[in-house]
Write a protein that binds this ligand. Structure first.
Ligand code: ATP
Ligand code: MG
Length: 543
């Protein structure tokens, strides 16, 4: 880190004095301008060769007396519609706000809602501070100039001795940029983007993403799950975040897909929030039912930025995925079949009419374009019914890591007890451990029961509340299982009775058939017997 010269050692004091002399010389700059002006004015009365000589000497004198280089960093670059904020200016501003403002006397302050540095200090106009890098002194000054449109444009001026040109341009500026960006990343406010801001006319006008500040308090520390599983996920995320070079080396887009599945209330959404806070990434909550078609989906994707998590919650409800891919044979015509399958969110029937996002569109979203538009993105799907999803959608490479969030185990309960009640052990814990081993209860339900409902409720009351709730849940589960078993039994019995009745009917029918056949045979026989008797009679008559 480049240090500011806040502690002045004797050696540095000497350097400081030199700096003052340097700066004094800096003040001579306007005088140099006057010398230049005078020499130009009177030069015209001199011989041309003499005039050139004087000019040369003047320049050398100026260079000798003012051996400094100045670099300006403007806040905005470009003009008109192409006007944009200079990234370098922003990085310098952040760097100076943290590293050098301790020495400045005139500052401006801005409140930034962030966990690390809520107050952002900046140099006031015309204020100067010194910085030091590898023993070299540099000066930063904040200035502003009014342009034609009467808009103040700010800029920073970096001044240093020409002797250090290479050091400053090759190392110092790069250092300032990197440090400024790193501080900005650490301090930045996370944003939650959504493509479903509102409905009606406003929504029509507001196509694309809109955002609010993301302030979800969930962290991996507060997330209730097995510690080993939690650690595995955190390690995976860290590896991804630091994997820029690795992904480049293996020729893979810098992205990773996570599938979170499990019953409602087991912490899927909480885990996404914890991931965002852990990685310091923005969240893009993609509501597929609000996306008109694949083209709009692609557009939304291109608008996402790096260092972000793109989330599609309840993917099984967002897209009708049941069996469409498995029906296809890979022929060209099948593509049309895929295209025809439009989204089908159960609870938003009116939106389905205008939404034509298809599975193939979604797959392209994950593989194709997605890979080509910058890195450091995580995509997360959540579902309550993993079996409903098309295998193509969740195969490795698309959804690299499948994470099951399940019912509350004892380890998860301990995290919740610590979060909600501040206790790490209690005499009631063994009973809770036993009960949780026998019953399925979601972390959401456990959390709800652990939460004190009034100021009078202490740890023991809350734990007893939970014990009661688990017992009730256990009883209900038992009743439900019995009911289910009875229903199954009845169904089996009905099925058996039906089968027996069918068999009986079949038997009766075949018996009837046989009897009928026998009757026919008998009748035929009788007929033939009757006919032969008559023939005999006739024969007798003839004779
Ligand atoms: N594993 C968990 N750790 C900590 N808190 C949890 C956990 N699971 C659930 N909770 C609590 O329950 C609430 C609901 O959890 P969450 O919204 O994360 O569940 P979900 O799995 O996303 O449910 P759904 O499938 O209905 O979307 C959270 O606000 C949180 O307080
Ligand atoms: Mg959820």
């Amino acid at each position: 880190m480049a240090k500011t010269s806040s502690i002045i050692s004797p050696k540095r004091l000497q350097k400081g004095t030199l700096g003052k002399i340097d700066r004094l010389l800096g003040r001579l700059a306007p005088m140099m301008t006057i010398i230049m002006f005078v020499s130009t004015m009177f030069g015209q009365f001199l011989l041309p060769s003499f005039r050139a000589l004087i000019r040369q000497y003047t320049r050398n004198l100026i260079r000798f007396l003012y051996p400094y280089i100045e670099i300006k960093f403007h806040e905005f670059i470009g003009e008109g519609f192409n006007l944009k904020r200079n990234e370098a200016f922003a990085a310098i501003q952040t760097y100076l706000s943290v590293n050098s403002t301790r020495r400045a006397k005139r500052l401006t302050a801005e409140v930034v809602k962030s966990s690390q540095d809520p107050l952002m200090l900046d140099l006031d106009d015309s204020e100067e501070i010194t910085d030091e890098f590898k023993g070299v002194k540099l000066w930063w000054a904040a200035n502003k100039m009014a342009n034609n449109q009467k808009i103040d444009r700010r800029f920073y001026t970096l001044t240093f001795h020409k002797r250090y040109r290479d050091l400053v341009t090759a190392s110092y500026i790069q250092r300032v940029m990197e440090e400024g960006r790193a501080i900005a990343t650490r301090n930045r406010q996370l944003k939650l983007f959504t493509n479903n801001s509102s409905s009606g006319w406003f929504a029509y006008r507001m196509k694309g993403w809109s955002h609010v500040v993301f302030e979800h308090p969930a962290t991996f520390e507060t997330l209730a799950m097995e510690p080993s599983k939690k650690e595995e996920i955190m390690n995976d995320l860290v590896k991804f975040k630091k994997g820029k070079e690795y992904y480049a080396k293996i020729g893979k887009a810098w992205k990773r897909g996570y599938l979170l599945y499990g019953p409602p209330g087991t912490g899927k959404s909480s885990m996404i929030a914890a991931m965002a806070n852990f990685l310091n990434y923005d969240v893009y909550d993609l509501e597929l039912t609000s996306v008109k078609d694949n083209t709009e989906l692609r557009k939304l994707l291109i608008e996402t930025t790096g260092k972000s998590i793109i989330v599609i919650e309840d993917i099984d409800c967002s897209l009708d995925l049941t069996g469409q891919r498995t029906k296809t044979t890979g022929k060209v015509g099948d593509e049309k079949a895929k295209q025809d399958t439009s989204i089908n969110k159960k609870d938003k029937p009116e939106e389905n009419k205008s939404s034509h996002v298809t599975l193939s569109g979604l797959l392209n979203f994950i593989d194709g374009l997605w890979s080509a538009c910058g890195g450091e993105r995580i995509i997360v799907f959540t579902t309550n019914f993993v079996d409903k999803l098309d295998p193509a959608l969740i195969r490795r490479g698309r959804m690299d890591k499948h994470i099951e969030l399940s019912y509350c185990c004892y380890e998860a309960f301990k995290v919740l007890a610590k979060n909600y009640l501040g206790v790490e052990s209690h005499e009631l814990f063994p009973e809770i451990e036993k009960l949780l081993g026998e019953t399925n209860m979601t972390p959401a339900d456990v959390a709800e029961n652990l939460m004190p409902k009034s100021t009078d409720e202490g740890v023991e009351t809350c734990l007893n509340n939970l014990i009661q709730a688990i017992k009730v849940a256990k009883e209900e589960a038992k009743k439900k299982a019995e009911k289910e078993a009875k229903r199954k039994e009845e169904k089996e019995a009905k099925k058996k009775a039906k089968e027996e009745a069918e068999m009986k009917a079949e038997k009766e029918e075949s018996q009837l058939e046989a009897e009928k056949k026998q009757e026919e045979v008998d009748q035929k026989e009788m007929k033939s017997n009757g006919k032969s008797a008559e023939d005999t009679k006739d024969d007798g008559l003839i004779h």
